[in-house]
Design a protein around this ligand. Structure first.
Ligand code: ADP
Ligand code: MG
Length: 242
């Protein structure tokens, strides 16, 4: 259902002589239900690649497929994905419940179905006691969970995460990491997770894609990447402090 195909994907910003190529032919086949982490230093093209999968950025070459369908020309809202960002802007005037329900209301999901989905997400994320609170009455970690709740209730085929833990302190980051793992265990939704932190990548990934300067240096399990780095870049990056 939620397999992702990335085939020879290229991205250029601008045109003609001033064009800047930031993704140079990336290939990856992500299977249904897999948790794959894209890791690499700042500026290597992680967000660009993720945004192309989301449809928020046009691709300059190649092909992206989701669930067996080529989505190059498919609008983001039609791609059956949900994205969780680093800056999880919640609606400040709405309750936790309303924040999670809002997108479903817009999509005209029947009220009883909305109620059921929000309650289920609240249970998974342990937000049940907080549903009537406003974002300002929540801790950073709780807000991040609401942001994840908004993604879960949409029941997408694919979750896309762009450094969702970067604004959290170390303790909260570790805790939220566990929650994301639990989420994946329970829902089994195909996930593509971007981070510049190789420790985070090692902990979360079933397989990881190591990127450098717009190229994929290696794809493999954390164990493979750690014990058999494919390039000197990978060897240096994996051993370096976050
Ligand atoms: P990462 O997420 O790995 O930090 P990005 O995907 O954000 O990297 O950026 C990759 C490269 O593309 C960087 O060199 C960045 O400056 C460039 N870039 C990103 N967005 C744009 C844009 N809208 N216009 C021009 N260049 C961009
Ligand atoms: Mg980024």
């Amino acid at each position: 259902m939620g397999a992702i195909s990335i085939r020879n994907v290229v991205k250029r910003y601008g045109t003609g002589a001033s064009a800047l190529q930031v993704i140079h032919g990336v290939n990856a086949e992500i299977t249904d239900g897999e948790f794959v982490v894209i890791v690499g230093p700042s500026g290597c093209g992680k967000s660009t690649l993720l945004r192309m999968v989301a449809g928020l950025e046009e691709i300059s070459g190649g092909e992206i497929g989701i669930g067996g369908r080529v989505v190059n020309d498919v609008e983001p809202s039609e791609r059956d994905i949900a994205m969780v960002f680093q800056n999880y802007a919640l609606y400040p005037h709405m309750t936790v419940y309303a924040n999670m329900a809002y997108g479903l209301k817009i999509a005209k999901v029947p009220p009883a179905e909305i109620e059921a989905r929000v309650q289920k997400a609240a249970k998974i994320l342990e937000l049940g006691a907080l549903l009537e609170r406003k974002p300002r009455q929540l801790s950073g970690g709780q807000r991040q969970r609401v942001a994840m709740g908004r993604a879960i209730v949409r029941q997408p085929q694919v979750f896309l995460f762009d450094e969702p833990l970067s604004n959290l302190d170390a303790k909260l980051r570790a805790q939220t990491r566990l929650e994301i793992q639990k989420l994946h265990r329970e829902l089994g939704v195909t996930s593509l997770f971007v981070t510049h932190d190789q420790v985070e990548a090692m902990t979360l990934a079933q397989r990881m894609i190591v990127m450098n300067a717009g190229r994929m240096e290696q794809i493999g399990t954390p164990d493979e990447v750690y014990t058999r780095p494919a390039t000197t870049f990978v060897a240096g990056f994996i051993g370096s402090p976050p």
